[in-house]
Design a binder for this molecule. Structure first.
Ligand SMILES: Nc1ncnc2c1ncn2[C@@H]1O[C@H](COP(=O)(O)OP(=O)(O)OP(=O)(O)O)[C@@H](O)[C@H]1O
Length: 322
C-alpha cells in the first residue's frame, strides 16, 4: 500500500527525519510513536506530499507522492496536527466544501456527506457553526474531512491531542472502526493510545527508527533484559552491597519497606540470564531471607522509555508549549 525508502528531511543543519524505511500493507493500522520533536509531524507531511523530502521516496500503490502527486493524493485522507477547519461554516457546509475540493461528483455529494456524518457521529452538530462545537467534535470533523472521497489510506497526526479522556476514548473507537475499511498510519507520543489501536508500531527518536514491531513483540523483546522484583529481610546497605557484586546486575532501585522488616528492590539486568538463583544463594549465604521474588515483564511504557531514554530529555524546553 505505502512504501517509504530512505526518507530524510533536513532543516538546515537539523536532520529531523533520518533515513526512514518501512512498508505498510493494506488493512494495517501502523502507529508512529515518538517523544516530542522526534520527527513525527515532519514524516506525516512527507508521506502526504505536503512537504518534499530532502532525500528518499514515498510511493502509494506504486505512485510516487511527488511525481504522481494528483493521483497519489486521491488515495490519502490526511488529518494534520492542526486541521484547517473553517470556523464560520456549519459542519455540513464545511464537509460540502471539502467534497467540492476533493472533486466528489455533484450528484454523490449529499450521499457522501450523510454517510460521513453518520460514521463520525456528527448528526447532533451538523448544522452548528464549527466555532461553537467542542474540541472533540472538531476533531471528528477533522476525521470526517479526511475520509471524504473514500481514500484507502488515512494518515492521522496526533488525532487525540488536546482532548479530554472521554473524547480520547471516542476517537480511539472511531479509529478502530475506520481501520476496518482503511489502512491507517497514526502518530502519537502517547503509548497507550498507539498500543490500543495499532497492529504494528514504529518507534522513532531524533528522526531515527529505534524499533518496528507488534506491541506484544516489542514488550517481549525488551523484557528479555530482565527486571526482577525482590523482597528481602536484611540490613539495606549490606543487601545492596551483595547485589552489586552480582556482575549481571545493572541497576538497583530501592522501593522501600512495604512489609514490616523487609525491603523491596527492583533489579535490572542487562543479560538474558536469569539471576534469581544467584540472588537466592548469595542472600542465603548472608542469612538474609528472600520473602518474594519475581521476574517483571516490562510494560510497553517502560519499553518506550528504555528505547528513548535520555535522548528525549534534550527535546524538553524547546517544544514545551505543544
Ligand atoms: N520548519 C522547521 N524548521 C526547522 N526545524 C524544524 C521545522 N519543523 C520541525 N523542525 C524540527 O525538526 C524536528 C522534528 O520536528 P517534528 O515537528 O517533526 O517532531 P514531532 O515528533 O512531530 O514533534 P511534536 O510531537 O512535538 O510535534 C524538531 O527538532 C523540530 O524542532
Amino acid at each position: 500500500m505505502i512504501e517509504v525508502k530512505r526518507l530524510t528531511k533536513r532543516y538546515g543543519s537539523i536532520t529531523a527525519v533520518d533515513n526512514l524505511n518501512f512498508k505498510v500493507e493494506k488493512g494495517e493500522i501502523l502507529g508512529f510513536l515518538g517523544p516530542n520533536g522526534a520527527g513525527k509531524t515532519t514524516t506525516m507531511k512527507m508521506l502526504t506530499g505536503y512537504m518534499p523530502a530532502t532525500e528518499g521516496s514515498v510511493t502509494i500503490d506504486g505512485l510516487d507522492i511527488i511525481d504522481d502527486y494528483k493521483e497519489a493524493k486521491k488515495k490519502i485522507g490526511y488529518l494534520p496536527e492542526h486541521p484547517p477547519l473553517y470556523k464560520n461554516m456549519t459542519v455540513r457546509e464545511y464537509l460540502n466544501f471539502v467534497s467540492e475540493l476533493k472533486e466528489v461528483e455533484k450528484n454523490k455529494r449529499k450521499e457522501t456527506i450523510d454517510s460521513v456524518i453518520e460514521k463520525l457521529w456528527l448528526s447532533d452538530v451538523e448544522n452548528r457553526l464549527i466555532k461553537n462545537i467542542s474540541k472533540g467534535y472538531k476533531q471528528r470533523v477533522g476525521l470526517a474531512q479526511a475520509i471524504i472521497g473514500d481514500p484507502d489510506l488515512l494518515i492521522l497526526d496526533e488525532p487525540t491531542v488536546g482532548l479530554d479522556p472521554k473524547q480520547i476514548i471516542e476517537i480511539r473507537e472511531l479509529i478502530k472502526e475506520l481501520g476496518k475499511e482503511h489502512t491507517i498510519i497514526l502518530s502519537s507520543h502517547i503509548l497507550s493510545e498507539i498500543s490500543a489501536v495499532c497492529n504494528r508500531i514504529i518507534i522513532i527518536n531524533k528522526g531515527r527508527v529505534v524499533a518496528i514491531d507488534t506491541p506484544e513483540n516489542l514488550s517481549k523483546k525488551l523484557s528479555q533484559a530482565s527486571q526482577i522484583f525482590a523482597r528481602i529481610v536484611g540490613e539495606k546497605d549490606k543487601v545492596i552491597e551483595i547485589i552489586k557484586n552480582i556482575p549481571q546486575v545493572e541497576n538497583i532501585e530501592v522501593i522501600g519497606e512495604v512489609e514490616k522488616g523487609a525491603i523491596d528492590y527492583n533489579l535490572s539486568s542487562s543479560s538474558k540470564e536469569d539471576i534469581r538463583k544467584k540472588l537466592f544463594f548469595k542472600m542465603a549465604e548472608a542469612g538474609y531471607p528472600i520473602l518474594e521474588m519475581q521476574i517483571k515483564e516490562l510494560t510497553l511504557e517502560e519499553v518506550f522509555l528504555r528505547l528513548t531514554q535520555g535522548l528525549a530529555e534534550d527535546e524538553k524546553g524547546d517544544k514545551e508549549d505543544e
